[in-house]
Design a protein around this ligand. Structure first.
Ligand code: SF4
Length: 358
């Protein structure tokens, strides 16, 4: 086994342990929620702050971001919005690497998050020292990493890609005769490899949400809904992707749902996306793709445990006290900016979407 398999395998029990010890969010009464919403709206104005939320956080946070002039999107699009907005404080509701990506593009702004404990299994499964050591073994390979990585891993990369533009960027590198190290998501890496035939070595990380989608259960659901279209995020396992009518990033899934003629959509991604999907296709029946559900292996059951750590309560506390700010070493930020700008420039020049997701 290579380090690309050994390290993620060794880290898996740590990741499971972290998930098992995430405390469930305190549930609020309607009256309490109303009070928090009023106080947060007041603080956002007072502190010249704007909320930027990921598609996978809870509905009430996505709704609050929209209502207060903020934004709901995928990770890179969130960071781009924050960089262009005139607020001095960006309140990033999502997971830590999203706060870091916002800070890379907006170093002069305060970037704070409801909690800094909101991690990501892809980020946790790809620590910088081990990944860098692995990359050093293949000096003739181009290092291409997914946006779902720490700022240090981004700084080690030659290219950062998203699930919207990964295939095009890998094809571009193939025209230059490049061999590729891909990290950290093995399913997305395999999907890209199948689409392009590139010479790729895959780091074997995975997303705890998408890894749970199951082919046989999906086939049973498809039999019950023979007219449904199946929309799948490429962080899902290969047998699930094989059943898809459409494979794409969160943004692309939303767009595909809009143009689809099907009245029923089966969707394999975090069910947080359903908030936005219901806005854009209110008349369609949306069905979450099945996971292993109550079986012993299910860690996420189609909702990211770290995204769920963002709440009205910790959002209010962080904003009020200006806690949980994201700090990034300037030298590392500058290094991470190079592959990030490389991706942005390539995507602008080729007219492909720049926004990707988590
Ligand atoms: S849904 Fe998966 S990829 Fe996204 S933040 Fe959670 S663990 Fe990471």
């Amino acid at each position: 086994m290579s380090l690309a398999e050994i390290i993620p395998h060794q880290l898996q029990s740590n990741i499971d342990h972290i998930i098992d010890h995430i405390e469930p969010a305190v549930s609020l009464t309607d009256a309490e929620k109303k009070t928090y919403l009023i106080k947060i709206k007041h603080l956002l104005k007072q502190k010249n702050a704007v909320m930027i939320a990921h598609y996978y956080v809870d509905d009430e946070l996505q709704a609050l971001a929209e209502e207060t002039g903020g934004y709901v999107s995928d990770s890179l699009d969130m960071a781009s919005f924050g960089a262009q907005h005139n607020a001095s404080t960006l309140v990033v509701c999502g997971v830590r690497f999203m706060g870091e990506t916002s800070k890379i593009l907006s170093p002069q702004k305060t970037v704070l998050m409801p909690t800094l404990k909101a991690e990501c299994s892809l980020d946790l499964g790809c620590p910088i020292n081990e990944f860098s050591h692995f990359c050093n073994q293949y000096p003739d390979h181009e290092v291409v990493v997914y946006a779902n990585t720490s700022v240090e891993v981004k700084a080690r990369a030659d290219w950062i890609v998203t699930s919207s533009n990964a295939v095009q960027i890998i094809k571009h590198l193939m025209t230059q005769g490049k061999k590729i190290i891909w990290g950290p998501d093995r399913h997305l890496g395999q999907y890209i490899n199948n689409k392009t035939g590139a010479d790729m070595i895959l780091w074997q990380g995975h997303c705890v949400v998408h890894n749970e989608f199951k082919r046989y259960e999906l086939e049973a659901l498809m039999r019950k809904h023979p007219d449904a279209e199946v929309l799948v995020h490429p962080e899902s396992p290969e047998p699930v992707i094989a059943k898809a009518d459409f494979v794409g990033s969160t943004k692309q899934i939303i767009a595909a749902g809009q143009v689809s003629k099907a009245q029923t959509l089966i969707i394999a991604t975090d069910y947080g996306l359903f908030y936005k999907m219901k806005q854009v296709v209110p008349d369609k029946l949306l069905i979450p793709a099945p996971t292993s559900d109550k079986s012993a292996t299910c860690k996420s059951c189609a909702h990211c445990p770290w995204m769920a750590m963002n709440t009205l309560v910790n959002l209010y506390e962080a904003l009020r006290g200006e806690y949980n700010t994201i700090e990034v070493d300037e030298e590392i930020r500058q290094k991470a900016l190079i592959p990030l700008n490389r991706m942005l420039d390539f995507s602008r020049q080729t007219g492909i979407l720049t926004a990707g997701d988590a």
